[in-house]
Ligand binder design. Structure first.
Ligand code: GLU
Length: 472
């Protein structure tokens, strides 16, 4: 499927231009929004465990400085290249603006297959990469704040923070130089599952819209919906899990080594454990194997969630996709050609740049926590519980009735950090979904939800630039 001539950044520009036509902004201003402001390509050597020297190719791209710091993950993958990092950085700008997270977009990438390196080698690469970023002031709580992405996680983020802190002694806000850290290093509860949870909240809101569901011939709500997820990494696993918990049926799961399906529904945790134990998703008891992994994308379902890498559905396989809704949990899983096929077929594509914004939204909460140096809920939890207890006992006294123990616990509960993070994320995803849909309803000529999302993003970034007074 992958086409070597395909430019991911070109695809982002294409979607941008398509949407810009539905806005009133000056061409020069639009060009400024679209362009990548800074591209840093670096090469540095590391000594492998066998004594050989290898030159590592890596990037950090800052797409927009209309708000600072810049924000975006760091990807470790053999396919990393400048075009890809530029595209992902641009998506971060639009993503942040749609969910009202006050950052400019950025992205980093290191061109390595992390499975082929020992933890010691990975640590050396991550720390050296961080030093290169520090040298050029491409990292810092007020300038550019990386996070996890494909191939990286909490471990890499703590190496980054440790390197940064060691080189900035006494900087009180140093922990805010990176997000997605372990809790013990200043991370926030709920960050790990945030992208998957955001995907769930966003799609659930779409499924709760009677007009949208009516057009697709579906009933409202996520309960009973047949869902397929491609990718069982952090994003795919949690997306699938939240759908399963809400009563949807996970009828197929796909990974790069293969895919499985079952009409009865797959238990996400059991499949995950099976893959961990056997090294493959295939041959899960009670399920059927697909002949090849990409076949899972073409099975009939209500919601298809590509949650791995970009460019997995293009003009070639799109006509065979039978889902009613496609939720882009990955960044850029559809090419513009695939988009056109789906618009014609009346399949609803819920776009990446807002649907997977849960990660960066909770990263924003983590960054705020780091700058304020206090855990969410620490100050108000006990106060809220005491107040709720008093209100409840007054009500019971006045009414002469008692609530059940279970209900009592729910009413009295003061918020923990994870409660506040989850509800902050839920509010964010619901508002973003409604704002995009409102724009789409107001301008019915807009052909698809991605274009509507871009229109929202362009209007917000352009307003910020215009109000800076740079562009009259
Ligand atoms: N890598 C994630 C993304 O693509 C998260 C970025 C962040 O938290 O800054 O949105």
């Amino acid at each position: 499927m992958s086409n070597t001539n395909y430019s991911f950044f070109g695809a982002v520009e294409k979607s941008f231009d398509k949407a810009a036509g539905y806005t009133k902004w000056d061409k020069g201003l639009l060009n400024q929004i679209r362009a990548c402001n800074a591209v840093y390509q670096m090469r540095f050597p590391i000594k492998r465990d066998d004594g050989s020297i290898e030159v590592i190719e890596a990037y950090r791209v800052q797409h927009s400085h209309h708000k600072t710091p810049c924000k975006g993950g760091i990807r470790f993958a053999a396919e990393v290249n400048q075009d890809e990092v530029m595209a992902l950085a641009a998506l971060m700008t639009y993503k942040c603006t749609i969910v009202d997270v006050p950052f400019g977009g950025a992205k980093g990438g290191i061109k390595i297959d992390p499975k082929k390196y020992s933890p010691f080698e990975l640590e050396k690469i991550t720390r050296r990469y961080t030093s290169e970023l520090i040298k050029k002031k491409f990292i810092g709580p007020g300038t550019d704040v990386p996070a996890p992405d494909y191939g990286t996680g909490e471990r890499e983020m703590s190496w980054i923070m440790d390197t940064y802190s060691a080189m900035h002694p006494g900087e009180i806000d140093a922990a805010g130089c990176v997000t997605g850290k372990p809790i013990s290093q200043g991370g926030v509860r709920g960050r790990r599952e945030a992208t998957g949870l955001g995907v769930f909240f966003g799609l659930r809101e779409v499924c709760n819209m009677p007009d949208v569901m009516g057009k697709l011939g579906l009933t409202t709500g996520v309960e009973g919906k047949k869902v397929i997820v491609q990718g069982l990494g952090n994003v795919g696993y949690h997306s699938a899990k939240f759908f399963q918990d809400a009563g949807s049926k996970i009828i197929a799961l796909a990974e790069y080594e293969g895919a499985i399906w079952s009409d009865k529904g797959l238990d996400v945790d059991q499949v995950f454990q099976h893959r961990k134990k056997t090294g493959s998703i295939l041959n899960f008891p009670g399920a059927n194997n697909f002949a090849k992994s990409s076949d899972a994308l073409e099975m009939e379902c209500d919601i298809l969630i590509p949650a791995a890498l970009e460019n997995v559905i293009d003009g070639e396989n799109a006509p065979r996709v039978k889902a009613k809704i496609i939720g882009e949990a990955a960044n850029g899983p559809l090419t513009p050609e695939a988009d056109e096929v789906f618009t014609q077929k009346g399949i609803l594509v819920v776009p990446d740049m807002y649907l997977n914004a849960g990660g960066v939204t909770v990263s924003y909460f983590e960054w705020l926590k780091n700058l304020s140096h206090v855990r969410y809920g620490r100050l108000e939890k006990r106060f809220t519980e005491n107040l709720n207890t008093r209100i409840l006992s007054q009500m019971e006294e006045l009414s002469g009735k008692k609530v059940s123990d279970n209900e009592r616990e729910l009413i009295m509960h003061g918020p923990d950090e994870v409660d506040l993070v989850y509800s902050g994320l839920e509010e964010t995803m619901i508002n973003a979904t409604r704002e995009i849909m409102k724009t789409w309803r107001e301008i019915p000529e807009i052909p698809d939800m991605r274009t509507a999302a871009y229109v929202v993003a362009i209007n917000k970034v352009a307003t910020a630039y215009a109000e800076l007074g740079i562009f009259p």
